[in-house]
Design a protein around this ligand. Structure first.
Ligand code: FDA
Length: 389
């Protein structure tokens, strides 16, 4: 069977690409349903884009690479598509847009758009081998127990990253990149909770608060959540993309107000108050109990010297912690790194050396922050490739 274009992967990027490459396109996926990660994303409501998406929200060895595709297919273009399909949405926080109803609406929208464009979709199809031919590519697949050979002029790698193997993630895009001599950057789990040894925060499991998490390179002000195994919540997931094994991070537990000024003025106004009582006005009580022995939280406010208050505020604003690791690909939302952008055209996502070979979405070394940025990259890179084909 001959197609103009075969797209490997019916995820966010692959489906979006097919809406543009249209007739003569076949999209192949081994899963039972297309867009499984879309379906489970955003707690079932899909954080489908971010109003503030811009190239600064992406990590890549070449931070300029995403600019062209992102400028030509913006968050406003995707919002227009969602509106056209009558899908109601709302902003949750920080520009993050979610469906009012269900993430399944986004999957249905993409399937409908693919069909309208004339693309075909084969599910539950395993990819056995991919080879280059004089005319393009030969893809051997198995479907309903039958082996079929497909020929295509263009091949699009859209099988995503390695995160959440249970959801059907495989390293196929990386394996094929290696086969075709496309360079890869190191891959690692990102947007992932931190783990700590010896059940360090077990007593705090479930405690959440707004915090500022930092390392030498960056910082994020968002919610922090203590878990049985360590730290999670948006601020942690964000920082995890910038963290390397063995590195220390710093937690500011009261980021909104200078803690020293706050405690000093309270010492004047309510000196008889216990230090822990005052701190419990700004921090969850369980966290204050947990910190009391480590931070020496004894006595009344009036008992604290300026030096003691300064020391305490420094510790609350810069609590140094060293994660023992991360939860890994089992729970990571994305894979950092991937197919080296040096090998691809930033306008079309086509290989610079191998005609007709494209790579899009998470498989490429472009990784967004938490908050709808990764889908926006999937849409934009999918449109870039699909329009060029
Ligand atoms: P994607 O993973 O979507 O698609 C790849 C497709 O290839 C899959 O359908 C898979 O079955 C198929 N495939 C893989 N290997 C194959 C093989 N060997 N043979 C055949 N098919 C194969 N982002 C965001 O912006 N907002 C959000 O709310 C969320 N939420 C979220 C929640 C969770 C739990 C996760 C894990 C991830 C998110 N993300 C997110 C990230 C987002 O899901 C991700 O970045 C995009 O889905 C990437 O799109 P791709 O099309 O590149 O890969």
């Amino acid at each position: 069977m001959t197609y103009e274009t075969v797209i490997l992967g019916a995820g966010a990027a692959g489906m979006m690409c097919a809406t543009r490459s249209g007739a003569g396109t076949l999209v192949i996926d081994h899963a039972k349903a297309p867009g499984e990660k879309i379906r489970i994303s955003g707690g079932g409501r899909c954080n489908f884009t971010n109003m503030y998406a811009s190239p600064e929200n992406y990590l890549s060895q070449n931070p300029h690479f995403c600019k062209s595709a992102m400028a030509r297919y913006t968050q406003w273009d995707f919002i227009e598509l969602v509106d056209r399909h009558g899908i109601a949405w709302h902003e949750k926080t920080l520009g993050q847009l979610f469906c009012d109803g269900s993430a399944k609406q986004i999957v249905a929208m993409l399937v409908q758009e693919m069909q309208a464009a004339g693309a075909e979709l084969w599910l539950q199809t395993s990819i056995t081998s991919v080879d280059r031919t004089a005319e393009g590519y030969r893809i051997k697949v198995t479907r309903e127990g039958q082996t079929t050979t497909l020929n295509a002029r263009n091949l699009v790698l859209a099988t995503g990253g390695k995160s959440i193997p249970k959801m059907g993630a495989t390293g196929l895009a990386y394996d094929l990149a290696r086969q075709f001599d496309l360079p890869l950057t190191d891959t690692r789990p990102a947007l992932v909770p931190f783990t700590f040894s010896e059940d360090r925060f077990k007593a705090l499991a479930g405690v959440a608060l707004p915090a500022r998490l930092s390392n030498d390179r960056t910082s994020f002000d968002e919610a922090l959540l203590f878990t049985h195994r360590g730290l999670s919540g948006p601020s942690v997931l964000q920082l995890s993309s910038y963290w390397r094994e063995g590195e220390q991070i710093s937690v500011n537990l009261i980021p909104e107000t200078p803690v020293f000024d706050l405690l000093r003025s309270q010492r004047q106004e309510a000196g008889r108050k216990a230090l822990t009582t005052e701190l419990a006005r700004h921090l969850p009580g369980r966290l204050v109990d947990f910190l009391a022995p480590e931070f020496d939280l004894n006595g009344r406010l009036a008992d604290q010297s300026d030096a003691a208050l300064r020391n305490l505020s420094d510790r609350l604003e810069n609590w140094p912690l060293t994660p023992s690791g991360s939860e890994g690909y089992r729970t990571a939302e994305v894979t950092l790194g991937g197919i080296d952008t040096d090998a691809l055209s930033s306008k079309t996502m086509e290989s610079k050396t191998i005609p007709g070979l494209y790579a899009i979405g998470e498989a490429v070394d472009v990784t967004g922050w938490l908050g709808g940025y990764n889908f926006q990259w999937a849409w934009a890179s999918g449109v870039a490739a699909g329009s060029a084909i």
